[in-house]
Write a protein that binds this ligand. Structure first.
Ligand SMILES: [Zn+2]
Ligand SMILES: [Zn+2]
Length: 138
């Protein structure tokens, strides 16, 4: 399985991740926009054991997601770059990695899917191979 490395903006934290599928999932939800300061975030769902913090410590910010379950966002305590978040609704062993922070992930090409596409900016074309108004049916 290919391994990728991530480094936060200030360099205080570093991590490596084994990525099962080298594809981004775009998220247009309101929380991603507010925390990322952009129109969408780039993500992939992976087993928690695939993530390895190799330098520094992460702080946690938690909020209640749409499901009513808590979402824990892990971030550098100095610069707030966020390598991953944990949506408890998805179970304890699954995390959502921010693929945009992984070196080399800019070469992955077209995203596999867009979620919360109902909140996509009107000026932004749909780019994912699949699109879901909110989350895919499970
Ligand atoms: Zn940092
Ligand atoms: Zn989102």
């Amino acid at each position: 399985m290919p391994e990728y490395k991530g480094v936060c903006h200030c360099g205080a934290t570093e991590w490596t991740v084994e990525i099962p599928e080298e594809k981004h999932i775009l998220c247009h939800c309101g929380a991603c926009k507010l925390m990322g300061g952009g129109e969408f975030t780039l993500n992939q769902i992976i087993p928690k054991s695939n993530f390895h913090l190799t330098k520094g410590d992460l702080k946690v910010y938690s909020y209640k997601g749409d499901s009513g379950n808590s979402v824990d966002c892990f971030m550098c305590p100095k610069c707030a770059s966020s390598p991953y978040h944990h949506q408890h609704v998805m179970g304890e062993n699954t995390i959502v990695i921010r693929t945009g922070l992984l070196k080399g992930s800019d070469k992955w090409g077209k995203p596999a899917a867009e979620i919360y596409d109902k909140d996509r900016a009107s000026w932004l074309p749909q780019t994912g191979e699949a699109s879901f108004p909110e989350v895919p049916p499970s």
